[in-house]
Write a protein that binds this ligand. Structure first.
Ligand SMILES: Nc1ncnc2c1ncn2[C@@H]1O[C@H](COP(=O)(O)OP(=O)(O)OP(=O)(O)O)[C@@H](O)[C@H]1O
Length: 309
């Protein structure tokens, strides 16, 4: 492979090449190679402490990279542009706080990184917020105080906040942890719909549960290294939740001849799951980078993604 980055239209949405991440001197994720194509739904599995969260944080630039490289659409990441294309729902976070806010207000904060601070929210922002709320079935709660919602509903609000920035890649850390069965089902259904619309999902989870209908591919980490990367299959379901990497590796062997996770499907429809009143290509975005609001926008090709399924 040449040293130059792949052209954006050929490149996986996310690529890790020998990527290592850690804290201080300590390397937690060690030399991981991983490619996620636009439109894929990938679960990141492994036992406690195997490095799942650190890998996500490394991809997002929240944990230090100690080796290798990360690319998004063939370009070095994290970058301002890659952050715009990525939505992040952190682990075990709720929306509690001293100041009462409505659900809609919280979700609207997901739009802040996309516009200069002096520009008031416009129709495109309103449409994106509405679509994000509808995507997680929370539109009917738009005017309620978030602090009065259940934990599971709050989790859906946080997913909506990430969606409000119209990300191409949605990264979720244990989205179902502590969520009751009914809300877990609703959340999984919402993720399934997003996936069907072309949003790429990378989900850290201990409990596949209802996500089994959504996730197509499993990457299992053990002590910071990938020990399985392939289809999510029943053999693996029995092993992953308890972090049984040996069983996962066995499943990987069973699946050796079934590299089905990059199956070609119909060409994707653009990501446009929000009907904007204006037609400017929607950038991705990360709700936690309010300082990033210049007018450099990813082009329509990047915004639409090149779904390979
Ligand atoms: N901020 C930090 N500073 C130092 N070490 C950390 C930090 N965060 C995590 N670690 C260590 O990195 C290792 C991997 O943690 P990480 O949270 O990535 O694992 P995980 O697979 O997500 O675990 P879990 O399933 O319990 O969330 C652990 O040993 C943890 O103690």
């Amino acid at each position: 492979m040449s040293g130059s980055p792949a052209r954006a239209h050929d490149a996986p949405l996310l690529r890790l090449v020998g990527a290592s991440f850690g804290y201080g001197e300590r390397v937690v994720v060690d030399g991981v190679d991983l490619e996620v194509r636009a439109g894929e739904s990938v679960a990141l599995l492994g036992s406690n402490g195997s490095g799942k969260t650190t890998l996500l944080r490394g991809v997002l630039g929240l944990a230090a990279r100690t080796g290798g490289r990360v690319e998004m659409g063939g370009e070095p990441a994290p970058s301002r542009r890659s952050r715009r294309r990525t939505g992040y729902v952190p682990q075990a976070m709720t929306v509690g706080g001293g100041v009462p806010s409505t659900v809609r207000e919280v979700v609207a904060t997901g739009r802040l990184p996309l516009r200069p601070w002096w520009r008031p929210a416009g129709r495109a922002d309103a449409a994106a917020v509405r679509a994000a709320l509808e995507a997680v079935d929370m539109a009917s709660h738009a005017h309620e105080d978030v602090t009065e919602l259940s934990g599971g509903q709050q989790r859906r609000v946080l997913v909506a906040r990430a969606l409000a920035a119209e990300p191409e890649l949605l990264v979720l850390d244990e989205p179902l942890a502590g969520v009751d069965a009914a809300n877990a089902r609703l959340l999984a259904d919402a993720l399934g719909r997003l996936s069907a619309r072309g949003v790429t999902l990378l989900v850290v989870t201990h409990e596949i549960g209802p996500l089994a209908d959504v996730v197509r591919r499993a990457v299992v980490l053990r002590q910071g290294r990938v020990v399985h990367d392939g289809p999510l299959v029943p053999e693996l379901l029995g092993a992953e939740a308890v972090g049984d990497a040996d069983a996962a590796t066995g499943a990987a062997r069973l699946l050796h001849d079934h590299h089905v996770h990059h199956h070609d499907e119909d060409e994707p429809s653009p990501r446009g799951w929000v009907d904007h009143p204006d037609t400017r290509p929607g950038p991705g975005g990360l709700a936690h980078h309010p300082e990033e609001h210049d007018d450099e926008r990813p082009g329509a090709a990047a915004a639409g993604g090149q779904r390979r399924g």
